[in-house]
Design a binder for this molecule. Structure first.
Ligand code: HEC
Ligand code: HEC
Length: 201
């Protein structure tokens, strides 16, 4: 019953916003690692690979869930989440307003509500919003700020994690992340193989 009410409110809000979301455009492809083979210097090649991967990392589908504050963002322009929700102690929301009240196990197309069984906010130390690509790079390499992951774990997470994968199948009215998740995993792997060098900015 409560979910029904929430969804009808959401449907109303979404009707107003969908047209706006659809009017946004962005590059929809990712270059494969082989496109960077002509860069002879491995350090420069590594930086170029990461810059390409940056099209994924800085995409609104990812940044909306890796925000600077305690509230998720929505849409192509990263506006504040409506209704107002907060991360709460575990990233799954406050006791009274859990993410899963609205975000189900899969996208709910009639209400245009995105979904995944593990839908919750990335921890504060994994915030990417408003950061330069070089800062994001340093941060996702740092086990103190990336959930204790090795570089190999990171490649695996980007290439296969299903919550990350939602970015390529975000449901009606949302721009998917460019390329495929597999492409992103391959870029991450090639970046690690070339020394995981970060851009300076
Ligand atoms: C629904 C919210 C959500 C979305 C959407 C999302 N993430 Fe995350 N992300 C998380 C959470 C939660 C964690 C922490 C998971 C953990 O540590 O087990 C995380 C962690 C990560 C990490 C590892 C830690 C780090 O260094 O930040 C990477 C990499 C990552 N996400 C990449 C992505 C990419 C790429 C996308 C978009 C294609 C994306 N995420 C979209 C919630 C999200
Ligand atoms: C009361 C219902 C409700 C609750 C609770 C809720 N959401 Fe949402 N959320 C929505 C609806 C509806 C949308 C789709 C609106 C849109 O995209 O414009 C949405 C969209 C989002 C998006 C945007 C996806 C994108 O890239 O456009 C993120 C991120 C998000 N929610 C995260 C969360 C997190 C994290 C929580 C828990 C802390 C949460 N939401 C709790 C209703 C809710």
């Amino acid at each position: 019953m409560r979910f029904d009410i929430v969804v009808s409110v959401a449907v109303l809000l979404m009707g107003m916003l969908a047209a706006h979301a659809l009017s946004e455009t962005a590059s929809s492809t990712l270059a494969g690692p082989e496109s960077f083979a002509s860069i002879a210097d491995p350090e420069q090649r590594s930086v170029a690979l990461f810059a390409e991967l940056g099209k994924v990392l800085t995409h609104p589908r990812c940044v909306n869930c890796h925000p600077a504050g305690d509230r998720p963002r929505q849409g192509e322009l990263g506006r504040m989440h409506q209704p107002p929700v907060e991360r709460g102690p575990d990233g799954h929301g406050l006791k009274t307003m859990r993410c899963a009240i609205c975000h189900q196990g899969a996208n709910f197309e009639p209400g245009r509500v995105p979904g995944h069984p593990e839908w919750h906010l990335a921890p504060r130390e994994m915030a990417w919003e408003g950061k330069m690509l070089g800062e994001i790079c340093a941060q996702i390499k740092d086990p103190a700020r990336n959930g204790g992951r090795s570089l190999q774990d990171l490649v695996h997470h980007i290439g296969t994690d299903t919550l990350v994968g939602w970015g390529w199948a975000p449901g009606f009215g949302r721009q998917p992340v460019p390329g495929t998740q597999r492409d992103a995993g391959e870029l991450a792997e090639a970046w690690v193989r070339t020394g995981a060098v970060c851009p300076t900015r």
